[in-house]
Design a protein. Structure first.
Length: 97
């Protein structure tokens, strides 16, 4: 019986931890936004257009269809080289050939 109780306690603890993580996710999402065109090559947080999957798959610095999470309100004012600016929507500039 002791073994069953220990297993149940482990499962309950794991579920409680998962619930806490799930509950905290909206706070993170509310404070950050996806910002396109600001990531250096291979430093994007997730999908970078057709033919890519997720983090680190961009191939060009400031690739327009690759995004990185940034604090809300900082995307379009990010300090980037040239006349580039970040965007809350995918961009058509600096795309791989």
């Amino acid at each position: 019986m002791k073994r069953s109780f220990t297993s149940a306690a482990i499962v309950a603890g794991a579920l409680a931890t998962a619930g806490a993580v799930t509950l905290s996710t909206p706070t993170f999402a509310a404070e950050n936004v996806k910002c396109y065109g600001v990531a250096k090559a291979h430093q994007n947080d997730c999908k970078a257009g057709a033919g890519t999957t997720c983090a680190g798959t961009s191939t060009i610095d400031y690739q327009g269809n690759a995004w990185k999470m940034v604090p809300k309100g900082t995307c379009e004012t990010a300090d980037l080289p040239g006349d580039r600016a970040g965007s809350l929507e995918p961009l058509t500039r600096d795309l791989p050939s």
